[in-house]
Design a binder for this molecule. Structure first.
Ligand SMILES: Nc1ncnc2c1ncn2[C@@H]1O[C@H](COP(=O)(O)OP(=O)(O)O)[C@@H](O)[C@H]1O
Ligand SMILES: [Mg+2]
Length: 324
């Protein structure tokens, strides 16, 4: 568990990069620090492995104040991945990945096995890749090596600073998927910096939204989407996404807005839908079948209510107003 208690960082020139920030990253969680450029994400992250000293407050890891820890020792137990990974160009992939295990005094057979396992894990055949040099790999492959190098010494904590942002969109999504899969098995405590909301929502257990050195909101992806605390967070998430979330929300099932069903309605051949369908589905069916009315039915196909097109449009417009 990583805990920030009222942490502030003021640089020598007076810039307050991080302003009285408090949060906790639970063991085994992947938390993203997200916010616009210059809001203090990197500074916050670098204070965890003591690349930047803090000005006031305290940071503890599993209850131990990091100010009492030796920086080199600390970093050996905290993996670190950055955008341009800085693989050592004159070392093979195998040598790059086994760097920390060797420093930790692992036996040769142990770190060799670890390198093979890690390469396998990210879909790079060890026989082909371990003897290669970084420049003989594509950008996406190099970044995979950056990730597994950070994992190699089995650190409980991993810091990742915009690790995928220099990649093309396809490689980037692949690496996000891989990271999610890997994390399912290894349950590391990961702090991941990004300015990309799609990325954060996809990979994070929890998001810490920052603005100008302060924290605006800490929430799970779902809570953030459903309850952004203020206009800044809302606009950073994106109006479209907030609106879509509201429309998709379980509470906004057809059953929540349907009208009573009268016998005379059965004289017409209206399309039917299960009464717990989403409003989105109702709207979609109306469009598809060019219907003015949909009859909502229960699991036995018996009518429970109906929804008229005008009413649905009003409902959706109401939602739109809520987020404007
Ligand atoms: N060494 C430094 N000296 C002075 N100001 C700095 C230094 N490093 C970063 N800053 C400033 O601190 C603020 C936060 O920077 P940073 O943590 O890198 O933001 P982010 O990672 O969110 O883009 C910015 O205003 C930046 O210009
Ligand atoms: Mg940064």
């Amino acid at each position: 568990m990583i805990t920030f208690n009222n942490v502030t960082k003021t640089f020598e020139d007076g810039t307050v990069a991080v302003d009285n920030v408090s949060f906790t990253v639970k063991t085994g969680n992947l938390v993203t620090l997200i916010g616009p450029s210059g809001c203090g994400k990197t500074t916050t992250m670098k204070m965890i492995n003591k690349l930047i000293p803090l000005s006031s407050g305290e940071i503890t890891i599993n209850g131990n104040n990091i100010s009492n820890e030796n920086a080199v020792e600390l970093r050996r137990n905290i993996g670190y991945v950055i955008q341009r990974i800085g693989l050592l160009p004159h070392m093979t992939i195998e040598e790059n990945v086994s760097l920390v295990p060797k420093l930790k005094g692992w036996k040769k057979e142990d770190y060799e096995k670890k390198v093979d396992d890690l390469l396998d894990m990210v879909g790079l055949d060890p026989h082909i890749f371990k003897k290669r040099y970084p420049l003989e790999l594509s950008g996406g492959q190099q970044q995979r090596i950056g990730v597994i190098r950070a994992l190699a010494g089995d650190p409980p904590i991993i810091l990742m600073d915009e690790p995928f942002s220099a990649l093309d969109p396809i490689s980037r999504e692949q690496l996000q998927d891989e990271l999610k899969l890997i994390q399912k098995n290894i349950h590391k405590t990961i702090v991941f910096v990004t300015h990309d909301m799609d990325e954060a929502l996809k990979i994070a257990d929890e998001l810490i939204v920052m603005k100008a050195g302060s924290i605006e909101q800490i929430a799970s992806p779902r809570t953030l989407l459903e309850n952004p605390v203020n206009d800044f967070v809302r606009s950073f998430i994106g109006e479209d996404r907030v609106r879509q979330t509201l429309i998709n929300k379980e509470e906004l099932q057809a059953s929540a807005i349907m009208q009573p069903f009268f016998d005379e309605d059965s004289n017409n051949l209206f399309p039917t839908l299960f009464y717990q369908s989403s409003l989105q589905k109702v709207a979609h069916t109306m469009l598809l079948k060019e219907a003015e009315t949909i009859i909502m039915v229960d699991e036995n196909g018996l009518p429970k209510g109906k929804i008229e097109k005008n009413q649905l449009l009003q409902e959706l417009a109401g939602l739109k107003r809520m987020v404007e």
